[in-house]
Design a binder for this molecule. Sequence first.
Ligand code: BGC
Length: 348
Amino acid sequence: MRALTVVPSQAGSVRVGEVEAPVPGAGELLVDGVSLGVCGTDREIAGGEYGEAPPGEEHLVLGHESLGRVREAPDGSGFAPGDLVVGVVRRPDPVPCGACGHGEFDMCRNGRFTERGIKGIHGYGSQQWTVEADYAVRLDPSLERVGVLMEPTTVVAKAWEQIERIGNRAWFDPRRLLVTGAGPIGLLAALLGVQRGLDVHVLDRVETGPKPDLVAALGATYHTGSIADITARGEVDVIIEATGASSLILDAMTHNAPYGIVCLTGISKSGRKIGIDAGAVNKEIVLENDVVVGSVNANLRHYELAAQALARADHSWLERVITRRLPLERAPEAFEPGGDDIKTVIDL
Ligand code: BGC
């Protein structure tokens, strides 16, 4: 069987090669891979900056944005051959910590969680894979072409859940949303904002390519320039930051509305320092009851929310978010910079 592999911590080690076909254990599904999404985390792993192979192994099968079709399902699993499924990324830590013990493994407190294709367990970048039935989520059959966007959608479904839970600590009636970054996470966060009836604004650097049209097609407003330019024309109640760029993060924290929420979803590179007036930032956060919240990963509840959001979305719009499709044998090209690309998907 062919699979996309990497040697973690070794830049440039991404390969497509033969690996042993997986054998499903008790309670596991055997799945034919349909497609695999590639994101910034995969590129970091490919660059040797992140990632961990399973204990005692050198290679890691890459890939956590899955989509597959069930080939074999154990009786009573609730799945049947032919079902379109996505595998959950994270598994709880073995202790487990309080959060993992309550099914909130996306909030793991001891860092000993594992993640398919990222940290300590093989991913979904292979022609076949297995998954515990408890960590598989069925998708509407109409999502065959775009269901690979499920995992990034779970990340924004969780972010939205956090925002709403925080907002509801008191009166909460958000009207305007700003999303910084029109990559897959930013666009999907904007989609979920539109689904909530908000006036959505998306800020990105590029003026050409597919991003401005995709934002306009949502009924949202596309901006280049600065956060200050946008907030000068009207306060934003919620900011979802999806670039990880230091200066934007700071701007988001200092330009939101009083009693506003900033949700940080981008994973930045560390090491780049910018000066901040921590006292001024603190004063603004305290005097305005602001919240800055980080959000990563997703638990089973968020997979259900994401499946509903995708089913409700315009599938042709989702298809336009996928700007490049590569056959498995050409998967290494997905790790080269791709110009105007938004989401690259590998067909398995
Ligand atoms: C994935 C998350 C994961 C995070 C950190 C992201 O790309 O979408 O599920 O928790 O990387 O490993």
